[in-house]
Design a protein around this ligand. Sequence first.
Ligand code: NAD
Length: 458
Amino acid sequence: MNIPSILKQQRAYFKTQQTKNVSFRIDILKKLKQEIVSREQDIYDAFKKDFNKSAFEGFISEYGLVISELDLAIKNLKSWSKPKRVTPSILTFPSTDYIYKEPYGTVLVIAPWNYPFLLAIDPMLMAIAAGNTVVVKPSELTVHTSKLITEIIKSVFETEHATSIEGGIPIATELLEQKWDYIFFTGSVPVGKIVAKAAAKHLTPVTLELGGKSPCIVDDTINLKLAAKRIAWGKLLNGGQTCIAPDYVIAESSIKDKLIEALKAEIINAYGDNPRESGDFPRIINERNTKRLIEMLDDVNIVYGGEYHIESCYIAPTLVDHPSLDSKLMQDEIFGPILPILTYTNETDIDNIISNYDKPLSLYVFSKDKAFIDAILKNYSFGGGAINDPLIHFGNHRLPFGGVGASGIGAYHGKHGFDTFSHHKSISKRGTWFDPPVRYAPYKGKLGLLKKMFKWFG
Ligand code: NAD
């Protein structure tokens, strides 16, 4: 795989202006959709082989979302890509002013393994919709899905338009050494820093979709059975390997024991007494991550679960009662089916926990107390979140999805994705019928009039 040569081909192709033709873009997105629809079962089979992910989860968390994004882009591309007229200002009048949505050029998309199809194809399709050429690097850890991604892209696109390059760190490193017009990275915070550094060398704009420890606060006003059902679902979907999963719970101290009991009941409802035998409970992606998670269980009070089997990458849904903030479990993003439950008695306790970490990707509050919810939303900076349910904000394409601070830079989904991959080029077309003399030298005696004009026309 000659990376510089692929990049050269894509640059030459971009220069032909073909990708700026909106009808061409719509046609190719339709072809992509057709190909994906025809490979639906293959996609679920790949998920199953990669980490025992069920077709149901594969549909709700990957395939279905990709198809929705494709439908949305196909339907709206004409209006999204039209220049948007804006009102002139006192400084530009008389003028007609427009914002043009212009593709950046050649885009690199680097994807993680945890939603291997969605997080490679969604950014790619929006980059294509915006008129770019794209190189996708899927994760090396989900070999079956990544191979399928390569096949799908190859059957729809010429390499000069879009291609998938599989490989691990050496390939990613070589890709990052090249000069791109945009880099879209989804993955961990440490690798996000490597990507940001590589991009800075060429002043390449980036979107970084990263992770972190996302808190879930539960107060004493909420229906605990419903809260437990939703928290267990949000935590255990994808085997807990979700960037926006509730990383840990902070429960009001008087309801903590009841919440733990309710969580146990919901886990059993979902996966039975032995989740290892459930076809619906995914595995950890590899042995390395399984061992990492097992180490997190050292010296903590496990109140449910805790069983594991390294060779089959199984970790049971596990509840941990009040681990210390110094424990391994509370140091890093967990990214597995282990849920610590901490407690609070007042808002200072909550603050002492949340302020211990970087700005999270998500935050969840379970409460009926509007003042409490408002205070939490106002006090903390985080990428996005939801009230009384985890993860669901991810599913509305009208909400931009992304982090803030250490949890990421930039956002996408729906039209926000199209905008992410478009440079917004501002053009002011000046009229020639009127040319007020006030701006021209000599300036003597004109400052007062200028100030009045600024005030009148703001
Ligand atoms: P990762 O950072 O290890 O890998 C992501 C990608 O980067 C992979 O394609 C990998 O090959 C590449 N990579 C790994 N090391 C590299 C290096 N040294 N140089 C260049 N490239 C390198 O992440 P992961 O383990 O695949 O995914 C889990 C992480 O991703 C979690 O932290 C999770 O929170 C985060 N995540 C974030 C989102 C989001 O939308 N914000 C979504 C999914 C996952």
